[in-house]
Design a protein around this ligand. Structure first.
Ligand code: ACO
Length: 167
């Protein structure tokens, strides 16, 4: 079966692509990124769950049906055809701010052997571009204290406090 792309390439920032190191490509998540190590990249962030290809595809198909809300992007290393950095922006519809849209950045991860090459920064810049293109009035995220300097370098300011309840 031919490969499916999560969303159209017009949402991918051309400037971010031009700033990547040579041999790296910015793209929307693809249906065969299971084989390109997409889930292994997420393992630098947290426990992922040992998906089968079918379980990955089930989730991909859900995101594809809701691709006005879910925008998951990757940076791939072309020579190895492997995903090396990932991130998502989820667009939430609100009543406040006159049916305003808020972008939520989630699940940012760069392979441990690829960190420090500004790939994390490029993922965030690409997600901010998508948020702006989709008409969000703000883009927000939660992070650990140790990642605050990284997000400040990406243009974010500390605001409010995160609360969590685990079931
Ligand atoms: N503390 C201080 N500065 C940092 C840190 C840090 N922890 N991480 C990066 N920076 C700085 C870099 O030095 C660089 O600064 P410079 O422009 O002055 O040179 C700038 O931030 C950009 O750094 P990148 O090279 O783009 O960072 P990298 O590609 O390594 O990605 C990331 C950063 C995403 C935090 C990566 O280290 C990673 O995947 N960590 C493990 C997973 C994780 O914590 N993800 C974020 C979870 S929060 C969320 O998902 C919303």
């Amino acid at each position: 079966m031919s490969e499916v792309t999560l969303f159209e390439s017009s949402l991918l920032c051309p400037q971010v692509q031009s700033l990547l190191p040579p041999g790296y490509t910015l793209r929307a998540l693809r249906s065969n990124d299971y084989e390109r190590g997409f889930l292994q990249v997420l393992e630098v962030l947290t426990e992922v769950g040992g998906h089968t290809k079918e379980e990955f595809t089930e989730q991909f198909n859900y995101l594809k049906k809701h691709n006005h809300e879910y925008h998951t992007i990757t940076i791939t290393e072309d020579a190895k055809d492997q995903v090396v950095a990932v991130g998502t922006i989820l667009v939430e519809r609100k009543f406040v701010h006159k049916n305003g849209l808020v972008g939520h950045i989630e699940d940012i991860a760069v392979n441990s052997n690829q960190q420090g090459k500004k790939l994390g920064l490029r993922i965030i810049q690409a997600l901010k571009f998508i948020g702006a293109e989709r008409g969000c009035y703000k883009v927000i995220l939660d992070c650990s204290e140790k990642n605050v300097p990284f997000y400040e370098k990406c243009g974010f300011k500390q605001k409010e406090v995160e609360m969590a309840w685990y079931v």
